[in-house]
Design a protein around this ligand. Structure first.
Ligand SMILES: *Cc1c(COP(=O)(O)O)cnc(C)c1O
Length: 377
């Protein structure tokens, strides 16, 4: 019996996204091996952490990088760093911010702000979150000497109702505001690891390690300005302040850096082609057995660029019901359902092969076909 069987936990085939509630991505063999190796010896933790962070900066072409326990931890550490830029001596006082000259974090009041609520986490640092109307005049009016930073979410859906990162960052820089970009799920392309910071000029950008990078699920990385990254580090474990709650282990550090190197070094087009082959197998099988329309795309979700398959279920079938049906199979199959804010028709199922192991295509196709054919009876 393996660990999941012992716990009576059913396996799920991931044909959707590296969602946290599916356990994130599947790590590559090399990443798992690196974690096992790291688990075999004690080391000087801070030396290991610094070496891993330095290598992450190098691989992503950023001035500096800091590995933490997820993008959420990255949001909090980034906010703490921006607040303490003028008052570094006060860092250990957080979340008590009365001694800080800068303690306000701006967020843009777009249509989906309350649907994607990760920005609230910056408030755990003691920062006061200021919701700003998303136009240039309101931004200029909101910026004051207490403004520590502005947090942005770069994805066409998240940016609905606000200016894009490309438009906002120059305005914020002109006002002298530090910019933090929550790009947790904005991969691939891998070039986003340096796009927001090096091309657009954001001070910090944050990515999940357990989503598309395929690192340990409990990791994340902050990249960007060295002075701010040093403050993130000072706020983080092993120091006993605010960030002690986000302790990366030696295994996670070793696993993350191995995964990051694999992610960046792999030729993206080769991975896309491999995924497209899997998606085509599913598309052919489903359309042969059910006659429904399918479509291959190359745009991804949330502003990413990657291959996706759309399957158009016959009315009145919906993607949500299809997902419920296939999740109930053994093993379960998680097919992609667009959340309402995407504004997609309810009959569109999407399939992403990012975490689909070779050989799992037929189980995905089979599950979707069974749902359609049973509904037709
Ligand atoms: C997933 C996600 C997070 C949280 O990332 P973790 O690595 O799970 O902490 C934060 N922000 C956005 C936009 C996300 O998609």
């Amino acid at each position: 019996m393996d660990c999941y069987e012992k716990l009576h936990i059913k396996r799920i085939i991931n044909a959707s996204e590296p969602y946290t509630n599916l356990g994130g991505s599947l790590m590559e063999k090399e990443t798992i091996e690196a974690m096992a190796q790291a688990a075999g010896s004690c080391v000087e933790y801070e030396k290991l952490r610094d070496a891993v962070c330095e290598k992450a900066a190098e691989l992503t072409g950023n001035e500096a990088a800091f590995i933490t326990t997820g993008a959420s931890a990255g949001l909090e550490l980034s906010a703490a760093a921006c607040m303490s830029l003028d008052s570094a001596g006060n860092l250990d006082m957080l979340p008590e911010t009365s001694a800080f000259s800068k303690n306000e974090i701006l967020v843009m009041d777009g249509d989906v702000l309350d649907i994607i609520p990760y920005w609230r986490l910056t408030g755990l640092t003691g920062a006061k979150i200021i919701r700003v109307k998303p136009d240039v005049a309101s931004i200029k009016a909101a910026v004051c000497e207490r403004t520590a930073a502005c947090m942005l979410f770069p994805a066409s859906v998240y940016e609905r109702g606000i200016l894009t990162c490309e438009e906002l960052i120059p305005v914020l820089k002109e006002e002298g505001v530090k910019v933090i970009v929550d790009a947790a799920a904005q991969l691939p392309p891998a070039s986003n690891l340096w796009y927001y910071t090096k091309t657009l000029g954001a001070d910090l950008a944050i990515f999940s390690g357990g989503k598309h990078i395929k690192g340990p699920q409990s990791t994340g990385v902050i990249v960007g300005n060295k002075e701010l990254i040093d403050l993130c580090k000072a706020a983080a474990s092993p120091n006993p302040g605010l960030g002690r709650a986000f302790k990366t282990g030696k295994e996670e550090l070793a696993g993350f850096i191995t995964a990051l190197e694999l992610f960046i070094m792999e030729e993206e087009e080769a991975r896309f082609k491999r995924q497209e082959k899997q998606l085509l197998t599913i598309a052919r099988s489903v359309s042969e057995k059910t006659g429904i329309d399918t479509e291959m795309l190359r745009q991804g979700r949330l502003g990413t660029y990657q291959p996706l398959l759309h399957l158009y279920l016959p009315a009145p079938l919906t993607a949500k019901e299809c997902n419920k049906y296939t999740r109930n199979l053994t093993p379960g199959v998680d097919v992609g359902v667009y959340p309402p804010e995407f504004g997609m028709a309810e009959n569109v199922v999407f399939v992403n092969a990012y975490n689909l192991k070779p050989g799992q295509e037929e189980a995905v196709a089979e599950g979707i076909c069974r749902y359609i054919l049973e509904a037709r009876r």
